[in-house]
Ligand binder design. Structure first.
Ligand SMILES: NC(=O)c1ccc[n+]([C@@H]2O[C@H](COP(=O)([O-])OP(=O)(O)OC[C@H]3O[C@@H](n4cnc5c(N)ncnc54)[C@H](OP(=O)(O)O)[C@@H]3O)[C@@H](O)[C@H]2O)c1
Length: 256
């Protein structure tokens, strides 16, 4: 097992589920101090126990990424505990499915933008000064292939993830001279609670999963650790000349 993150501290929003949880495990396996930040304290505690059982240095933080004070506190608590923040994985996200613009309530639009886009802004705004002060850092944002191409029935989510892709590029340009790299991953469909909730809404996993699988040229959906592995690559020194990129991790879905 490579140990690319020994002595590094990684803060993962939405670290209590799905892709964030998988990333927490992979970063911990490679020696990182890991802080997971999400709203559901019970699920936070569950993942924290998994990490500490595996002898990781880890903390869990109750955090709502849409709240500036909460975002700031998560960063400050991470730095207080581990002394630095070297990697921020802006992963928290949510989706309303089967919603065209006509079917999207203004409140649903606001929530989608707040969690998926404003959350990235607030967490980055809180973490950047610490990274800059310590000589550099890495931000990886979790966008979506719906940030690269349009998708049906997810209008607000497509807008929010498209904004994350271009915010990634803007932050990369603004902070390159401070040795902060900023990239995003754009996953295809991933086997997580979010996707399963979508499948239920769209007619049930048994009926819809095979359609989702068939959309991906590789003929299947991803497992969370496959996206997390790309996040670790972008966060690692192997990607030290990569900034401002949107990396599809999508089984080829945006290749055509
Ligand atoms: N699954 C897919 O097919 C897929 C595809 C492309 C992109 N993505 C993106 O991947 C990311 C992770 O999604 P996932 O599939 O792993 O879904 P998931 O298992 O539902 O995880 C979502 C995470 O976001 C957290 N979260 C939601 N709202 C939050 C808030 N206001 N503040 C802090 N944390 C919040 C949740 O924790 P709490 O509820 O406890 O706060 C949870 O940990 C998302 O950005 C999603 O858009 C997923």
């Amino acid at each position: 097992m490579a140990e690319r993150f020994v002595g590094k501290t990684v803060l993962i929003t939405g670290g209590n589920s799905g892709i964030g949880r998988a990333a927490a495990h992979l970063f911990a396996e490679e020696g990182a101090n890991v802080a997971i930040a999400a709203r559901d304290v019970r699920r936070n505690q569950h993942v924290l126990a998994e990490l500490t059982d595996a002898e990781a240095n880890a903390i869990s933080l109750e955090c709502d990424v849409t709240d500036p004070t909460s975002a700031q506190s998560a960063v400050v608590d991470t730095v207080d505990r581990f002394g630095s923040i070297d990697v921020l994985f802006n992963n928290a996200g949510m989706i309303y499915r089967e919603k065209t613009v006509l079917e999207t309530e203004p409140s649903e639009w606001e929530t989608t933008m707040a969690v998926n886009t404003t959350g990235v802004f607030l967490m980055s705004r809180a973490a950047l000064p610490h990274m800059i002060e310590s000589g550099g850092g890495v931000i990886v944002n979790n966008a979506s292939y719906f940030g690269l191409v349009g998708g049906r029935g997810a209008a607000a989510y497509c807008a929010a993830k498209g904004a994350v892709v271009n915010l990634t590029r803007a932050m990369a340009l603004d902070h390159a001279h401070q040795n902060v790299r900023v990239n995003c991953v754009c996953p295809g469909s991933v086997d997580t609670p979010m996707l399963h909730a979508e499948l239920e809404l769209m007619g049930g996993a048994d009926q819809v999963l095979s359609q989702f699988e068939a959309k991906h040229p590789l003929g299947r959906i991803a497992q969370p650790h496959e996206v997390a592995a790309a996040v670790l690559f972008l966060a690692s020194d192997a990607a030290q000349f990569i900034t401002g990129t949107a990396l599809p991790v999508d089984g080829g879905i945006t290749a055509g």
